[in-house]
Design a protein around this ligand. Structure first.
Ligand SMILES: *Cc1c(COP(=O)(O)O)cnc(C)c1O
Length: 434
């Protein structure tokens, strides 16, 4: 057995695939709701109020965004499209945090119009926003602790990371904002990604609590909310343990009593902006074995590619794989599990022990609910897949259709060409044609 569970079986997926051809991502609503509730329950002690702003980039689909909002989350946006999605969903401004970097005026303007909490990435952005739009009354700033804090593999070392203010810039930044009329101040940091050590998040809180105290002492400015960032990891490998939010919360609560209350900063609102851990474990990329190839190695060639899930190819990330209906058999074959891109790193797994698989088997790639479909691309003319939502009552809805060739052609200027009639009709309406 693989040691990772799946909320459906082969018969179920066969029925789904008869309506929606593979490959597709399917998301488990019950799981997403359970994780979202866990956040709410773990942090319900926070006196000023707690909110996790779901990092929309993880899975920017309105159906999913609606679910996490129903469970009490806001949205962390970093682009015009993510702000537009939040606007489309009628989201109140204080339920949106705009944490961006290298940001254009147009996006600051949109965020300010929506009443979002604007989180600045750099000292120079204070005057950039002031001069171009006017600063909002509430401003958050992103701190980069440099060598004070270790980063991790995905985000790198803080002093090498492009994000945030230095400590001196931050202190000067609050003063500059106050001078320009800002009334409400927040402090943010985010220095890790996909971290499974719960103590890491308690340490991040400590760093921000101490810094909020220092800001008050040195500038007289009172920070009213702290944003601990995202970065809670997903146990991608069997045997890894998810971060215990109740443990993290208890550690933060203790520090709150030690640092925030004595400094007169109580009540302090506490925010986070996790995306990956909210939806990541509740998504599955389902594909089918198209070819079994035996050369110097054995390959399972799927109908899905790195364009559907680029994490293994890009970071060498582990994603667990289950051959549906065969998981109980001995994992006595070693395969590279590939897609069809003309790129040798288009592999979902290398030298993976799996049960013997055959053409037509359904292959489930686990934990694709974050940075899966959303990182997709069209290289090699690959079309992006459908996204399905598995509801609590075991019904399935299509929450994003698969791209067709006409989507691929849509942005081309074809005015100088005569398109063959055959292409115009069936082919454009079909999927990739395989
Ligand atoms: C990506 C990102 C997040 C969310 O990270 P997760 O790994 O999805 O929790 C939050 N804040 C910022 C600024 C980010 O860039």
């Amino acid at each position: 057995m693989s040691g990772k569970s799946i909320p459906f079986d082969r018969e179920f997926i066969e029925r789904v695939a008869s309506e929606y051809p593979t490959p597709f991502h399917i998301y488990d609503e019950a799981g997403i709701r359970a994780t979202s509730r866990d956040f709410k329950e773990a942090f319900d002690w926070v006196p000023g109020g707690f909110r996790n702003y779901y990092a929309v980039k993880a899975l920017p689909n309105p159906a999913i965004m609606k679910i996490v909002a129903e469970e009490g989350m806001g949205y962390d946006c970093s682009s015009m499209a993510e702000l537009a999605l939040s606007e489309y969903l009628g989201t109140p401004g204080d339920q949106i945090i705009f944490t961006s970097n290298d940001t254009p005026v147009s996006e600051f303007k949109k965020a300010i119009e929506l009443g979002a909490i604007v989180n600045l990435d750099d000292f120079s952005h204070i005057d950039y926003v002031h001069e171009s739009i006017g600063l909002p009354e509430r401003i958050c700033m992103r701190y980069n602790p440099g060598s004070l804090k270790e980063g991790n593999a995905i985000i790198g070392k803080p002093e090498e990371a492009k994000y945030g203010f230095t400590r001196d810039q931050l202190l000067a930044g609050y003063e500059r904002c106050a001078e320009l009329g800002v009334k409400e101040f927040g402090l943010h940091t985010m220095v890790a990604s996909n971290e499974l050590n719960p103590d890491y998040f308690v340490e991040t809180a400590k760093l921000l609590f101490e810094l909020a105290v220092e800001v008050k002492e040195k500038t007289g400015i009172r920070i009213s909310f702290l944003n601990l960032g995202g970065g809670i990891g997903v146990p991608y490998r069997p045997g890894e343990r998810p971060v215990d939010l109740h443990y993290v919360s208890a550690g933060i609560k203790r520090l709150y009593g030690e640092l925030i209350e004595p400094a007169g900063l109580h009540p302090m609102r506490i925010y986070m902006e996790n995306g990956r851990c909210v939806t990541g474990p509740h998504g599955y990329l389902v594909g089918k074995v198209r070819h079994v190839k035996q050369t110097y190695k054995d390959y399972l060639g799927l109908d899905a590619t790195m364009a559907n899930l680029m994490r293994p190819g890009m970071y060498g990330a582990y994603h667990h794989i289950t051959i549906l209906g065969k998981d109980g058999r001995p994992h006595d074959h070693t395969y590279d599990v590939t897609g069809s891109l003309c790129e040798n790193n288009d592999k979902f797994a290398i030298d993976r022990a799996l049960p013997e698989a055959e053409v037509g088997d359904y292959v489930v790639i686990h934990d694709t609910g974050a940075h899966g479909h959303s990182m997709g691309f069209n290289y090699n003319g690959k079309l992006r897949s459908a996204e399905l939502l598995l509801h609590n009552d075991q019904t399935v809805s299509l929450i994003r259709r698969a791209e067709t060739l006409s989507d691929y052609f849509a942005t081309l200027d074809l005015s100088g060409f005569t398109m063959p009639t055959r292409l115009q009709s069936e082919a454009l309406a079909s999927q990739s044609g395989d």
